[in-house]
Structure formats: C-alpha cells, structure tokens
Design a protein around this ligand. Structure first.
Ligand SMILES: *[C@@H]1O[C@H](CO)[C@@H](O)[C@H](O)[C@H]1NC(C)=O
Length: 335
C-alpha cells in the first residue's frame, strides 16, 4: 500500500495542499507548472511560519500570564548553563521511558549540570544509559510507598532554589483487556490506579517539579469496550496533569500516544486497523518530546494524528458514534 496510514495520508495532503488545489487549474491551463511549484514552496514556508509563530505566541502569552514568576526561562539549555537540572523518569528501563532517557542523554548528556534519575523495578539493560556519568538508577517498584523512593534521591534535588526539576511520569501498567463485568474488582482498579495515577501524583507532591511530563494515552480520550480500568486510570492521570500545570510558574507536556511499537506493554495487543491507528514509533516520539522539553513548551502531544479527532467520538450522535466505532474497530483491540 502506497500510504499505509491515515497519518501518512493527512501529512501528504498537508504537504501537497497547494499542488492538489491548483492541479485542476493547471489541467485547464490557467496556471503553469512553475507557478504551482512556487505556490508549493510558499505554502511550506507558511506552515513553518505558523509553527514558529505558535511557539513564539505560546512563550509571550505564558509570560503575560506569569508576569510575577521569577526567571521563567525560555529553554532548557539556558537553564543548564546556570543551574543543576534534575530529570526523573519513571519506568525508564524499557519502552518509551528508555528511548526517552537515551534521547535526553544524547542532547544534554555532555552538560555537567544535567542529572538523569531513572526509576524502574526492572534493571537497566542499555549500556549507554547504564554507564553514563550523569545517570543515577534507582531500583524501585512504584507499587510501594513512594517515600521509599524520595529518600534515595540526591539531596541537591530537594533544594527549591538551586535546582530545576523535571518529572517524567511515564511508568504505567495495564490489565488484561476484557469486558468490564469480567475484570471488575476494587482491588484490580486500585492496583492499576496505584501505579498509573497515585505514584505519579505522590511524586508531583513531594518533588514539586518545575516542569511535568505525563505519559498518558489516547485511551484517556476514548474508552474501548475491554479497556475500562486502564482508560479510567489514564483519564485520571491526564486530569491531574492538566490541573497541576495551571499553577503559576508550572509548565508541562501531556503525551497522548496510541499503541506504541516494540514495547512490552502492548506486545500482545492485536491491532486490526493499522491504516487508521498506526503503531507509534518510540524513537520518533522521544525526539518530539525532547524538542518540546528543550523549549519548555506547555502543550499536548497527540500521536498518531488521528488522535486529534478521537476525543470527538463520544460527543457525536449515537448513529455516527456507532458507525465510527465499528469502522475503526476501536472495540476490537484484543490481547
Ligand atoms: C473482550 O473481552 C471479552 C471477555 O470479557 C472477550 O470475549 C472478547 O473477545 C474481548 N474482545 C476483544 C475484541 O478482544
């Protein structure tokens, strides 16, 4: 298949919008091919301009609303030149957490001021991360009382004034996907909430990070039939994130990924609609995340592209909702 994903298709349409719009005029002989190419270049420049414009406006508006916030810096590199930065990643031994740790080290690993703290119940297996001078690994299961983790953190990290703190709440677990009536138990929900929501919230409370990254999920926006408890936990994680970043001087990045490629978490999930819901490449996503962290952006990353529309699905009239759910096979994701 030439375009294997909607994502690709949408990207394609955006990239060649000028070409597609002007093609009929070209057929009618009203414009020349040269003019089409020129408009293509102009269109691409406009897209770049809009993106840069958004980043610029985000910063200006943030400063406007946080005028009394001392030193609200623009980017992480300039903070690193002035003070220690502590970045704590939960679930950093595998999957997206590992890819993200690697990406962060590639970008900031040379700076003496950059400290990466990786927390996981599984040992690190990547030597590049393991042997890096700026990495501290803490073996910890987030099902335990988070105070046990807090006491292992470097003392410098607890100093409110001299350290810039980034918390990446990435760790998550899920249940076997099955109907609600089959999996419901208070204990099951509690154990999922404990890792996906409560541990992260406790870390937020104890660390009071300057910048918060929450790895939630597209399933916080829509609930497949068999993913009730998991979706509920991710919705809660998103809600806490969104509330926290409203506090003056706080900033954060909410990540809503679809099914991640090559991760143990989603290893046995069958995806029936690769076309509609392509697997997300964790390396590419990590690059996007680190770029947003560098610019200390206050925003949401939704990947793949179709996720931008998925929040609408439950707000549509039943007939449309039912057809879309059926077509997208959203309820057919199975273990
Ligand atoms: C949903 O869960 C039920 C069991 O509760 C199972 O029979 C069904 O196959 C699951 N649906 C999918 C698409 O996996």
């Amino acid at each position: 298949m030439l375009l294997s994903t909607i994502d690709g298709l949408v990207n394609f349409i955006f990239k060649f919008a000028a070409l597609i719009c002007l093609a009929p005029l070209w057929v009618l002989g009203l414009v020349t091919f040269k003019q089409i190419l020129l408009s293509q270049v102009i269109f691409t420049l406009i897209c770049k301009f809009i993106k840069t414009g958004n980043t610029f406006l985000n910063k200006k508006v943030y400063k406007w609303y946080n005028i009394h916030t001392p030193n609200c810096e623009d980017d992480l590199t300039s903070i690193l030149s002035k003070k220690q930065v502590f970045c704590l990643v939960t679930g950093g031994s595998g999957g997206l957490g590992e890819a993200l740790s690697l990406e962060l080290l590639l970008k900031y690993g040379k700076s003496k001021n950059f400290n990466l703290i990786i927390v996981d119940k599984v040992n690190l297996k990547n030597e590049l991360i393991e042997n890096h001078d700026n990495v501290k690994f803490i073996h910890f299961d987030l099902k335990e009382d988070v105070l046990g983790l807090i006491e292992q953190l470097p003392i410098a990290m607890k100093d409110e004034n001299s350290a810039y703190k980034i918390l990446i709440n990435n760790c998550g677990i899920r249940h076997k996907f099955a109907e609600f009536t089959e999996i419901w138990s208070e204990k099951e929900l509690q154990s999922i909430l404990k890792v996906n929501v409560i541990a992260g919230a406790n870390l937020i409370e104890h660390l009071n990070p300057d910048y918060l990254v929450t790895v939630s999920s597209i399933l916080s926006l829509v609930t497949p039939k068999n993913a009730s408890l998991y979706s509920a936990s991710k919705a809660a994680a998103s809600a806490i994130h969104n509330a926290f970043v409203q506090i003056g001087s706080k900033k954060g990045l909410l990540i809503l990924p679809g099914q991640l490629k090559d991760t143990s978490m989603f290893a046995n999930i069958v995806n029936h609609r690769q076309f509609l819901a392509p697997l997300v490449d964790i390396q590419k996503l990590s690059k996007k995340i680190v770029l947003s962290i560098e610019n200390l952006e206050c925003s949401t990353i939704i990947d793949p592209f179709y996720g931008h529309f998925i929040a609408l699905i439950d707000k549509l009239p039943y007939w449309l909702n039912a057809i879309l759910r059926d077509y997208s096979e959203i309820d057919k994701a199975s273990d």
